[in-house]
Design a protein around this ligand. Sequence first.
Ligand code: BJW
Length: 244
Amino acid sequence: MLTSHFEQLADRLRKAQRITVLTGAGVSAASGVPTFRGDGGLWKNYKAEDLATPEAFNRDPRLVWEWYDWRRRLISTCKPNAAHVTLAGLNGRPGFTLITQNVDGLHERAGSQDIVRFHGSIWQLRCVDGCCEPWDDLTVPLPELPVKCPRCGALARPGVVWFGESIDEGVLRRATASLECDVFLSVGTSSLVYPAAGLVHAAKQHGAWAVEINPASTGAAAELDLVIAAPAEEALPKVMGMSG
Ligand code: BJW
């Protein structure tokens, strides 16, 4: 039964002119990057409102930076897995868009390009006063916390999207443009965090065939045409292998 699901998806992908893939934390789980929700998820041990909101950062920038510095160190020891590598293989295919909610940079390290980074990047920093353009900083551990802007000395912050913050306009525009697709594939996301979780619905309204790869049931269930209940690092190589 599962094999026929793989074949169905492979067949759709083979025939599709436009494919949009949305990834979430589950894609990096096999690399050792913790997910947010569920057993072992970050939100089991840490409160989002203490660490991933602008209010938390204003209250205690050092605490927030310590958490991000710990995550940067952890991620720096992780390597892309077969799911990242398989998606990187679609690089440059006309009509293909990769949207990721992940901030870990593992898609980039696997070779994916032109990624729509919906929630930013943990490897990008920016001045809270906006005196300069955001900059990349791969240093682990960061030498001084909280990090300061090298140009004006104000606080710097991680270039990620916290709860209550808007998605970058250019990012939202690119994501929205990709919703007019033949296949919308959601991989490794709980589909609980908006507006990312609304993308599958919007793609369906544009006539997309919507499919999910996730070992657990998610918030997108009602929207889906097909569910492949399997880990991304196993399912993606298998499906792409079948789609030729
Ligand atoms: C596997 C696997 C394997 C395991 N293979 N799978 C509409 C309705 C309700 C609420 C809202 C709404 N609109 C806005 C909101 C508020 C809020 C929100 O959505 N809250 C909900 C949680 C209730 N949204 C926002 O605040 C957003 N901003 C916004 O809407 O702006 C407008 C606005 C402006 C002003 C005021 C109010 C609104 C911003 C959301 C930003 C989210 N940020 C985070 C942190 C990023 C930085 C960081 O990493 O530190 O983004 S939270 C966290 O969740 C992170 C993730 O990208 C995001 C999604 O998580 P994801 O990827 O789905 O991970 P998990 O852990 O949830 O799921 C993992 C899945 O993998 C599971 O399903 C597993 O089964 C699966 N899995 N192993 C495949 N091997």
